[in-house]
Design a protein around this ligand. Structure first.
Ligand code: BGC
Length: 326
């Protein structure tokens, strides 16, 4: 009788120990599971995946756009896949847009360089992927919004500044990024609309730089050789200013030329500081980057957004160096 009671106690104790171990291991594995879920949902797989497609990865302007957008990963539950051709190449950029669409990202932010981007943007939107244009707009497409410079107004600003600084008397040569790119067309159009009203100003030549410093220099060199009467140069794309200065220096005419160019990149600021470029039209690439991501997140969360968000474009002179945040 006594030994069966002892056996009972031993069996009950074993059962209790087994149950406690099971509960302990169950709790342990629950904790581990939730750590894995946390890690994957918070650090490895953010809720939203956006593609940002710019014009050129190896470029100070686009580096700032990318930085602005990528910085939003620290603030929000989002992964921004920032891509672009190494050197400006609209066909490659279109391919990246197509790949982003086919890989079904949650949203696409893209610089809409020219008319060829419109059908692809529309196709993405028809497939349920919202698109925001950045830096260069495609207003006739089905994109949700545009964020960037008002390129026509920025061209006008350059024109007004040139008129003021030259006292309304100048013979002008223009170096533009590309005849095919919407933003450069607008920057030239805005400029023309202002200066052509001035009887003392003539535009005598315009050439494309293909947004490279080397071609900007070559085209400026030829332009100044063919038109020694030129007294002022206007460059519409970020690397045109450096090319214009290099060509003018090689011809020994930099002192007598008035130069106005785009973008407060370090290389341009250095030329402004030395007095080789007179004025820069500053844009806000970092702001374009971060605000584009915030706008896309607004769309994801069904918050209403506007059609157009213009970032500031401003006149930057030597005395303003240090004031700009981009
Ligand atoms: C434009 C960018 C362009 C860059 C190229 C900037 O002024 O806004 O679209 O890629 O110049 O140099």
């Amino acid at each position: 009788m006594r030994s069966s009671k002892l056996l009972h106690i031993i069996l009950i104790s074993c059962f209790a120990i087994a149950v406690s171990f099971s509960i302990y291991f169950y709790m342990q594995s629950k904790g581990y599971q939730s750590k894995i879920t946390d890690a994957t949902s918070k650090e490895e797989v953010p809720t939203y995946h956006f593609a940002l497609i710019g014009e050129e990865m190896d470029h100070d302007y686009w580096r700032l756009v990318g930085e602005g957008a990528k910085d939003m990963e620290k603030k929000y539950d989002v992964f921004v896949e920032y891509e672009g051709p190494r050197r400006s190449n609209p066909e490659e950029q279109l391919k990246l847009l197509d790949i982003a669409m086919k890989s079904k990202v949650d949203g696409i932010i893209v610089q809409a360089l020219n008319d060829k981007f419109l059908p692809v943007i529309n196709q993405a939107v028809e497939q349920g992927i919202p698109v925001i244009t950045i830096d260069t707009d495609a207003p006739d497409s089905k994109r949700s919004a545009y964020i960037g410079t008002d390129n026509y107004e920025a061209g006008k600003l350059a024109g007004k500044t040139l008129v003021e600084d030259t006292g309304g008397k100048a013979t002008v040569g223009i170096i533009t990024g590309s005849y095919d790119n919407a933003h450069h067309q607008l920057r030239v159009e805005g400029f023309r609309d202002v200066v052509e009203k001035e009887p003392g100003i003539d535009i005598v030549a315009i050439e494309e730089s293909n947004i490279t410093r080397v071609i900007a220099e070559e085209k400026t060199h030829n332009m100044l050789s063919d038109h020694p009467e030129i007294t002022a140069l206007y460059g519409t794309s970020a690397l045109d200013g450096i090319g214009m200065v290099a060509a003018a220096e090689s011809l020994g005419v930099e002192e007598s030329l008035y130069m106005i160019a785009f973008d407060t990149l370090p290389s341009n600021i250095a030329l402004l500081e030395k007095g080789k470029i007179d004025v820069l039209i500053g844009q806000k690439p970092y702001e374009m980057g971060f605000r584009s991501v915030e706008l896309m997140l607004d769309l994801m969360n069904n918050r209403e957004i506007k059609d157009v968000y213009h970032t500031n474009a401003s006149v930057v002179r030597k005395e303003d160096i240090g004031d700009s945040d981009d």
